[in-house]
Ligand binder design. Structure first.
Ligand SMILES: [Mn+2]
Length: 314
């Protein structure tokens, strides 16, 4: 097995797999879900496939073809022989990953990811530095001559578009654009996908934007800015971090989102200076060099004070 490349290991294993569970990280984004759906489509012939996306995490993304493969509850009676985890640097990033870990039957874990801090938790690890899992899967499918349908192309295009900020971030390469172009040729419709991803905001989303702007604190001297979303705020789906990163001449952007009284989700972005993956790791989080996250089991004021103090002391 060891002499084979990860792609070949994947091919060999999937050939004989019968029951496959596919999942992704908590608060799954469009890269995570799009990758799961495209993958399910790619390998589903003569196999039973379940895509498990935990319930309290799921929001309806309108950019995907409807899929009846998605399960919101963990399929506990499903004796899967293969578990594919997409877009996760470690297994702990899967919501309720204990369900997988506590499984008593034997299975093979396949780790498909693009985070630089991936810990190679799989039996098979397809981990590459690339814009998105969507782009990685395109290369995997092409290399293994797995046909890409137009609905798979839609999922992959949406995944890539999302993780690259509509092809705008520093993770975009010539190959990323070439891949997107190929996906459009197969049937992905860029405007329809962008419309479904962008022109879909509710009144609550705009109330959320207002809160984010009202709470914005800018430290020009130290080149960082942050905002706070208290737990009583309306539940919107707008990505506040993408809004505040539009600030000129500010490298480090932070969103503190209070999920519960002692649970705070922190989003971190940097444009060119701070390695936010390393910053997040200081507080038990992780991610990419330019985009990372932390989940604090502390009250909002404490985690805010700890993180801001740490940033200012660097
Ligand atoms: Mn991703």
């Amino acid at each position: 097995m060891s002499k084979l490349t990860p792609y070949q290991q994947f091919e060999q294993h999937i050939k004989n797999a019968k029951k496959i569970l596919i999942t992704a990280h908590r608060y799954p984004d469009i890269d995570a879900i799009g990758s799961c759906l495209a993958l399910a489509d790619a390998i589903k012939s003569d196999k039973t496939i379940k895509v498990w996306i935990p319930k309290n995490n799921t929001k309806d993304w309108d950019c995907f073809p409807k899929s009846d493969l998605v399960e919101k509850e963990f399929p506990s009676s499903f004796k899967f022989d293969t578990c594919i985890v997409c877009d996760c640097s470690n297994l702990e990033r899967v919501e309720n990953y204990e369900h997988i870990q506590n499984t008593t039957h034997d299975y093979t874990t396949i780790n498909i990811d693009h985070h630089s801090d991936n810990n190679y938790f799989g039996d098979i690890n397809i981990v590459e530095t690339i814009s998105s899992v969507g782009e990685l899967l395109y290369h995997l499918f092409t290399k293994l001559k797995i046909p890409i349908s137009s609905s798979m192309a839609t999922c992959l295009y949406a995944a890539i578009s999302f993780d690259t900020g509509r092809f705008a971030y520093s993770n975009v390469t010539e190959k990323t654009l070439e891949t997107a172009s190929k996906l459009v040729k197969i049937g992905a419709n860029p405007y329809l996908i962008t419309q479904a991803m962008e022109e879909n905001k509710s009144e609550k989303d705009f109330q959320l934007i207002k809160i984010a702007i009202d709470n914005l604190i800018i430290n020009k001297h130290a080149s960082f800015a942050y905002t706070t979303i208290p737990k009583k705020s309306p539940k919107g789906s707008v990505k506040i971090i993408d809004l505040i990163r539009q600030l000129k001449d500010i490298d480090l952007l932070i969103v503190f989102q209070e999920l519960q009284s002692k649970l705070v989700k922190v989003n971190l972005r940097s444009k060119s200076q701070v390695n936010v993956s390393k910053l997040a790791q200081q507080f038990g989080g992780g991610g990419h060099d330019r985009a990372a996250g932390i989940l604090f089991n502390k009250d909002l004021e404490t985690c805010q004070a700890e993180l801001i103090q740490y940033i200012q002391s660097r």
